[in-house]
Design a protein around this ligand. Sequence first.
Ligand code: ZN
Ligand code: ZN
Length: 139
Amino acid sequence: LKVTHQRAEIFREVAQTLSHPDAETVLEGVRRRVPSVSLDTVYRTLWLLADLDLIRTLSPLRERARFDANLEGHHHFVCVRCGFTRDFESEGLGTLPIPAAARKLGRVQALHVEARGLCRKCASQRKSTRTHRKEEEKR
Ligand SMILES: [Zn+2]
Ligand SMILES: [Zn+2]
C-alpha cells in the first residue's frame, strides 16, 4: 500500500476520534489539514483501509457506514436517534461463548454486542419535551 499524505491523514482522522465517524465526518476533519481532499478519495481510502483490516466498519447506521480504528475486542453503544457511538468494554461480554447458531453460519472471528438506546443528550431532550412524551405513550 502506498502511504500517501492524504491516506495517512484519513487514517489519522479515524484513529484519533472515539466517535466512529462516517465518511462525511472524516472529510470535514481531514479538510482542515488537507483542503484539496475530496469525498471520493475519503470513501475509497476508508474502504481500502477496511479491506486491509486497518480499520473496521460498523453495521450501517442511517445508511452511512461508520469506521473504527479500535481493533481490540470491544462493544458499542449506539444512540438510535442521533447516531452517537462509543466503545465500551465488558469482561462478562468478552468471555461470552460463541453461540452454536452463529458458528453454523460460518467461522466466527469476533463477537460484538451493540447496546442501542438514547444517549444522555437525547434522553434528556426527550424528557424535557412533553409532545415527545405523549407520542411515546401512544406507541
Ligand atoms: Zn443521541
Ligand atoms: Zn468501536
